[in-house]
Design a protein around this ligand. Structure first.
Ligand SMILES: C[S@@+](CC[C@H](N)C(=O)[O-])C[C@H]1O[C@@H](n2cnc3c(N)ncnc32)[C@H](O)[C@@H]1O
Length: 284
């Protein structure tokens, strides 16, 4: 590759796999060509051949940035779960923060993985959802602090309120929530976007099959119960109440906003879909 900085010389030959899922039903040769062109133009290159930032209108796709994050997620999850097993085996209460870090790493890895596998053109560094707003980071930091404090300083109290039944319930909620969310992202494919769309994109189709036949917002259902499950697993009382309240309020607002746009996009089809499905988050 020449280093004169011209756009032509900075072209890289990439052939990231774009799923051509005939089962998604909305795949046309035109859409395929458009997505491939978009993908090719959104690879971020560093150094003298770098494209200007305006070539990345939807966020960065730094391949090195993605590789580093995936590597860190893998290591954190592995160390977190191995330490959890060792600490539980030795009767230490400090398995909780390790398990939390492992669970968070799996969640953020799967956010990127499902996007990359089922909606390749919009798989950017941001798809890990690590920069999901300061309140999101604060919530997880507070949960980590609460579980460290209660595990270390209040073992007697924790032993009374945090029974194996509650821990098991939390783990089941995490597994179900994570499974539903990742499956929904896979089934919605190119119709799924981490950012609520206010304009209908070409090829955006109403998804009403798979999990969407039973849940109107399966990825939100999954995240809501996953989040509450993490706090049950950790034995956090303050953050359990905080997560439940904040997540409920957040999804209540978001769903009402998202559905207004979906009615604009799909009209009576969405109204009929809305009438026959439930969200399965209490009081929403
Ligand atoms: C973060 S995704 C969440 C999707 C859905 N609310 C869920 O929980 O699985 C947000 C995007 O999905 C789109 N979306 C939501 N429900 C949809 C459906 N049933 N069919 C197609 N697109 C949908 C919205 O237009 C929005 O841009």
């Amino acid at each position: 590759m020449a280093s004169n900085g011209s756009l032509k010389s900075s072209r890289v030959d990439i052939s990231l796999p774009i799923n051509r899922p005939t089962e998604k039903g909305n795949w046309t040769p035109e859409l395929d060509a458009k997505l491939r062109a978009q993908e090719a133009s959104n690879i971020q290159i560093k150094g003298p051949n770098a494209l200007a930032p305006e070539f990345f209108p939807h966020g960065k796709r730094s391949l090195s940035g993605i590789a580093v994050r995936a590597f860190c997620m893998g290591w954190t999850a592995s160390i977190g779960f191995v330490l959890t097993a060792l600490l539980v085996y030795h009767g230490s209460r400090l398995w909780r923060p390790c398990m939390f870090l492992g669970t968070l790493s799996v969640f953020h890895f799967l956010e990127f993985y499902t996007t990359a596998a089922y909606n390749t053109p919009i798989a950017y560094v941001a798809s890990f959802l690590l920069t999901n707003g300061s309140q999101y980071r604060q919530a997880h930091t507070l949960a980590l602090i609460e579980t460290c404090i209660t595990s270390y300083f209040f073992p007697g109290w924790l032993a009374r309120v945090h029974s194996p039944l509650i821990i098991s319930l939390g783990i089941v909620m995490i597994a179900v929530g994570q499974g539903v969310r990742s499956t929904a992202m896979a089934q919605a494919g190119t119709n799924f976007n981490h950012t609520v769309q206010s304009r209908k994109n070409d090829g955006h189709e109403l998804v009403t099959n798979g999990l969407y036949a039973y849940f109107r917002h399966p990825s939100y259902f999954g995240f809501f119960w996953w989040g509450i499950g993490t706090q049950l697993m950790l034995g956090n009382t303050v953050c359990f109440l905080g997560y439940a309240g904040i997540l409920w309020y957040f999804f209540m607002k978001r769903i009402s906003h998202e559905e207004k746009h979906l009615i604009d996009f799909f009209g009576d089809d969405y109204k009929a879909y809305r009438a026959r499905t439930r969200i399965w988050i209490p009081f929403i």
